[in-house]
Each structure stands twice: as C-alpha cells, then as structure tokens.
Write a protein that binds this ligand. Structure first.
Ligand code: FES
Ligand SMILES: [Fe+2]
Length: 363
C-alpha cells in the first residue's frame, strides 16, 4: 500500500486510524479487494430459496463488490450459490426470482442446470473443445448460519472463524424461528465512510452522550466489550426492570440481566440480539464518503418488541447517523490526523482498526 499505517496492539499506547483512511479513494478501492472480496458477506436468507427449483438472483454487497450471484435449490433439494453471469458473453442469466426447471440465458439461449452445469447452446456444434469446465456457471462458496446465508468470493478463512463465538454464546436462542419483518426493516443512506460507521457501532462510550432513550434502558457502568479473533461482542446489561433475556441453565451469563448482545463480524456485519429477535445490520460502502446500511429485523417473539434496548432502533440509528456524518467532515480537517483510545471503552474500535490495518497492508 502506498501509505502503510499500523495500529499498536497495546491499546494504551495506540493511536487511532489516520484520518485519510476514511476518505482516500485508493484505500477505499483497496478495501474492496483486500477486505470485502475475501470476507464473508450476508447473501440472502434461507427463505429465499426454500423450494426445489427456486432461483433467487441477488447482488453481493451491492454498490461495493456488486457481484451478480444466484442462489438456487436444485430438484434434489440441494442449495447452490452460483455466478449469475452467462459464460457466453456475460449477460445476467436470471433476472427475476422464480421456480425453474432449467436456467436459460435469454440473450442467445444458453442453458444451465440448476446446479450451474452447462446444458446446451444453439449454433455451437462447430466450436472446438466445447463445452469445457469453463462453460459452467462458477460456484461461489457459501455457508448457512441459522437462517442467514453468507457467501464469499475468495474466503481468507472459514465462516466458523467468524460466527463460532457468537454461536456458542447466542445459539440457545430460537434463531431459525425468526421471520423477517419487512415493516421493521429499512435502509439508511449515510454520508460517511463505512469504517466510521463501524467505529461508532463498536463502542458504547457515546451512548450517554448521543442516545438519551437507549441510555435509559442500559446500565452504562456494566456495559462491556469482549474480543474474539474476527468478531467482538458488546454486552448490554438491562437497567432496572427493562426487558432481559431468559438465559438457560449453564449459560456463561446466567444470573445477569442481559438486554442485548451486540455482535460485530469483521468487517461489516452486525447482529444485534434482543429478547424479541435479531436486528441484522449490513454496512455497504458506496463511496469513500457514502454508505448504505440495511437493517433487517428477524422476529421470534413479537410480544417482546418495543421494549428495552431493542426498542426505538430507528431513532438510535438517526442519532448515530448525525454524529458519524459530523466525524466525516472532521476527518477531512487539515488540523486533525489521529486520536487515542480509551482502554476501558474503546476496545472494539481498537480491535477493528488492528484488523483493518492488517488486512489492508498485507500483500
Ligand atoms: S450471453 Fe448468454 S447466451 Fe449469449
Ligand atoms: Fe450509537
């Protein structure tokens, strides 16, 4: 990288990311290939390809990787994640979700089986060495966790390295029963760099300053952060009689009144667990100073909605947005380069910065 940077692994000695990381177009482009193409991205949920024959086109990390992919369930009930780009001249094979017996490119009629294998093509009798392996739709690695399907174009690690700690801690919840509630799901366009959005998510330090309502639901003194390899967890303890999880016997947090588990998965996925279900946030970089954030709510206990830390998510989001957009203007200053960390309140931010420095600088 042209301007390498490092983060001291000792948070007490470290300085934060240099300001230019948040606006330099070269860093932004580098992150696409070094970080986003090599990590696991939320692709779809299992409900989008439930039936044999179903084909569900989608774009992986739209606006950033913008990779046209296809989720299919073949007639033998096996799930596949494929490139949605025709191996002839590159048209998109499937334009709309539907149930199919065969995938047919409408440009020149090339056909593929639901598992992506080339089936037939008119006018190619004289083409030599055809068809070959290169004529099948490329397969993309994918893994399912609960209902969520993650895909990676060239994974640098297994999905388990990302979700293992979360599964151990939150696997007791009825995750597979959660259903997407479109009325509680929405997208926010934020005028800031994707990493600033993550920085802000990764600390509860700002809660008493920025989120008056959330502050009433959480016990700030007991708020804590735990770091794992590629993920980290912020544990929100309920204040007073606010809603908390019913933890099973043997759970490591049993006896504590946990209002929320906020899991961050490197680099841009957040899973917020509440007694009612999960709010999934996907952070999509669009430009060095523009980010789209999708909020998807999967509800398993509607009777517990709108209570405690999991209430008023839209208000909290707007409060976060305003502060993050202020920071984006601030990091452009000629008078600011980098800051320092609070060792007791910003462990998650430091963890993210260390990972980002490592992934951006290698190679
Ligand atoms: S691009 Fe698909 S058949 Fe030609
Ligand atoms: Fe916040």
């Amino acid at each position: 990288m042209e301007r390498p940077f490092s983060i001291d692994p000792d948070i007490r000695k470290a300085s934060t990311l240099p300001a230019w990381v948040y606006f330099d177009p070269a860093v932004f482009e580098r992150a696409k290939e070094r970080v986003f193409a090599r990590t696991w991205q939320l692709a779809a949920d299992a409900d989008s390809a439930k039936l044999p024959g179903q084909a569900h086109p989608f774009t992986l990390l739209d606006g950033c990787l913008s990779e046209p992919l296809l989720l299919t369930r073949d007639r033998s009930d096996r799930l596949h994640c494929l490139s949605n780009v025709c191996t002839h001249r590159g048209n998109l094979v499937v334009e709309h979700p539907g149930v199919e017996t065969v995938l047919r490119c409408r440009y020149h009629g090339r056909r593929f089986q639901l598992d992506g294998r080339f089936q037939s093509m008119p006018e190619f009798e004289e083409t030599q060495g055809f068809p070959s392996e290169a004529d099948h739709l490329p397969r993309v690695r994918f893994e399912t966790w609960g209902k969520l399907i993650f895909a990676s174009l060239s994974p640098a690690h297994e999905l388990d390295a990302l979700v293992g700690a979360m599964r151990d801690r939150c696997g007791f919840l009825p995750i597979a029963d959660g259903t997407l509630d479109p009325a509680r799901s929405r997208e926010y366009l934020v005028g800031a760099n994707w990493a600033l959005y993550c920085d802000n998510y990764l600390e509860g330090f700002h809660i008493p300053f920025v989120h008056a309502s959330l502050s009433e639901a959480l016990d700030y003194g007991a708020y804590r952060t735990e770091l794992y390899g590629l993920s980290n967890l912020q544990v929100g303890i309920a204040r007073g009689a606010e809603d908390a999880f019913d933890l099973p016997a043997g759970h490591p947090d049993r006896g504590q009144r946990i209002a929320a588990y906020y899991w961050w998965l490197f680099p841009n996925t957040m899973l917020n667990f509440y007694p009612w279900g999960i709010s999934v946030n996907v952070v999509r970089p669009l430009a060095p100073d523009r980010t789209k954030v999708s909020f998807l709510s999967y509800v398993w206990d509607p009777s517990r909605l709108d209570r405690g830390a999991g209430a008023g998510l839209d208000r909290v989001e707007r409060e976060d947005e305003a502060v993050v957009e202020g920071v984006q203007r601030g990091v452009r200053s000629r008078l600011y380069l980098r800051g320092r960390y609070s060792p007791t309140r910003e462990q998650g931010v430091h963890h993210f910065h260390c990972l980002l420095a490592e992934w951006l600088n290698e190679g």
